[in-house]
Design a binder for this molecule. Sequence first.
Ligand code: GLC
Ligand code: CA
Length: 578
Amino acid sequence: MKKCFFFIFVCIFIGREITVAQPLQQSSAATQKWWKEAVVYQIYPRSFKDSNGDGIGDLKGIISKLDYIKSLGVDVVWLNPIYQSPNFDNGYDVSDYKKILPEFGTMADFDSLLQGMHRRGIKLVMDLVVNHSSSEHEWFKQSRSSRTNPYRDYYHWWNAENGKPPYRFSLFDINHDAWKYDTTTNAYYLHYFSDKQPDLNWENPKVRNEVYNIMRFWANKGIDGFRLDAFQFVAKDTTFPQFPKRFEKNFMHYYAMQGNLHGYLQQMNQQIFSKYDVMSVAEGAGNTFEDAHNLVDSNRHELNIAYAFNGVDIAKPNGYSLLQFKTVFSQWDSAFEHSGWLAVFLANHDQARMVSRFGNDAPAFRTHSSQMLSTFLLTMRGTPFYYNGDELGMSNPHFTSISDYRDEVILDAYKHTKQTGGNINVFMKNLAFGARDNGRTPFQWNSSTNAGFTTGTPWIGINANYTTVNAAVEENDPNSCLNYFRKLVQLRKNNPTLVYGKYTLLDKDNTQVYAYLREDAHGKFLVVLNFSDKNAEFNNPILMKQAKLLLANYTTNATISLTKILVLRPYEAMVIQL
Ligand code: GLC
Ligand code: CA
């Protein structure tokens, strides 16, 4: 990694600022693929649209909004889990991978959803949650019933007569202890997430075959891709060696990308991905660029798209540094310039709202700053993974009471903070900024009761700003976030240079402005983004003689000056053709 880092450092900070007049070569990363050109729209089914008044979004609800989704211009929908589940973790605890959660509908509903999407030219990517199952999955029920049950080694067990198992970290357990003692068989089972999400034993070939079966079932239905949940953690050393003292909690270092992970992915590719025209993306991309490349370089026959958290992790309650933001995104772009492919995202169902974390959700700035962030996402190299509601500029709801939250992991953490005498005020402030429930409030369709999401009581509160921030109002406003997002999607569609073209960071030390070039043999674009709430100057090294403003988020015309300095208004975004 060190070597690689040094190389990238040199490229970004020394060489790449200058636009060199040499022919732009097609890199291998530029091999055209539909999943590179796609804009992925992530739908959180529980919060998108409720069709039957029980306060919970469902498949029929999504079906009723397919024309809206089509109107965005997006090509792919990624749906969070919709399988049978006790719902401890909103579907990320699956108890039957081939059944639909009744709250969401039936298999017939699913079939018509898929049909409706395909009729409109929209592809569907499903979430595959197989690092763990629910503790209520039949496999686990069998597994825990006796030590000799045929399903015993579908999970990881440690017999208690061998003493306490070597420490393993759990992300969701309050005490961060990943071993749970089970009296029935006097043994501990492993759970990297909650104790209701026991880890599947990927070292067991039967488990892998079960998973391929499940994948075949959905692929045969005609779905177009898989998002592999928490997949970087599936492989384990089943001798469970002791990790170095005091470092046992270094989760990414000791738990990600272990053992035969790549062997499993190659097998999955051979069994499934190579047989269907599906795209594949795994959550998490390890610790290094090398790790990420090992997942997605096409000659390795594993996955298509790396989904790394380094960008989205930058936002902190007390703000973030734009210089760091630029560095991270530039380094990742540079590391993937010649092979492999990345997802570009600033939000998902595990994050608070993009505009609240990276922009500014004060009424005066919400629209411009969320449009500016969308401009970034849609003009970077990589496949944009765009989270539902961000096209409206939906923001954090600013919940103030713990009773507003629904995420069990948060509720557990709250109890724990209370019990251990932690600072509740700080805890609540951090939640309001970063809790994942912030990104899960119902989609704001219109100004009627409950934002048109449900006729019943929504499962989680609706952002009070829904009377002004909603799809119906924004539909009729040519300058809304919604209509701006549509223009951005079209701009990307019409200009493959924005998908494949070389990226060059400009004016890198500018603490307010993020500016970059995208160019290839077919075109050249300058993207200028003011990330601050003040006017900002961009020190422009580019000849602007034939510049044409393609898209901007201010209604009064931006002037593209022919001089070196470009003055931008707060959160102003421009895409300029050169
Ligand atoms: C992933 C999911 C998250 C879930 C966790 C456990 O990180 O995105 O929502 O809680 O895996 O499945
Ligand atoms: Ca419902």
